[in-house]
Design a protein around this ligand. Structure first.
Ligand code: FES
Length: 110
């Protein structure tokens, strides 16, 4: 049975599942450690950190634009094209020295 929305996940700081899910939806944290900004969740004994991390990943997957999630069955070309779409849609900026988003190659980098 799943934890109810109003049950506290972080028992140290009484942070409910609902509060964490709303925090993820509104603040869009990228790392589990950012959930500590939700009423201090996870900053006490540490018991709930694994649960918080799992909840973050579940919520991000649920809220994600699934068309941008690469499939394990993609070819390298499809994978690169999907990354180009991701970058062009504002998903992130490749660092200097990264494979450019417009490179067309059939071979994986060595
Ligand atoms: S239960 Fe969340 S930090 Fe202790």
């Amino acid at each position: 049975m799943q934890v109810n929305p109003d049950d506290p996940i972080c028992l140290c700081f009484h942070v409910t599942r609902r509060k964490v899910i709303n925090f993820i939806r509104v603040e869009k944290p990228k790392r589990p450690s950012q959930l500590s900004q939700c009423f201090g969740a996870g900053t006490g004994c540490g018991w709930c950190r694994a649960y918080l991390e799992r909840l973050l990943h579940e919520q991000l997957a649920e809220n994600a634009d699934n068309s941008l999630i690469p499939s394990a069955e993609m070819t390298y070309q499809e994978y690169k094209r999907a990354r180009t779409d991701y970058v062009l849609k504002g998903g992130g900026k490749p660092p200097a020295g990264a494979i450019p988003i417009d490179v067309e190659s059939d071979e994986a980098p060595k």
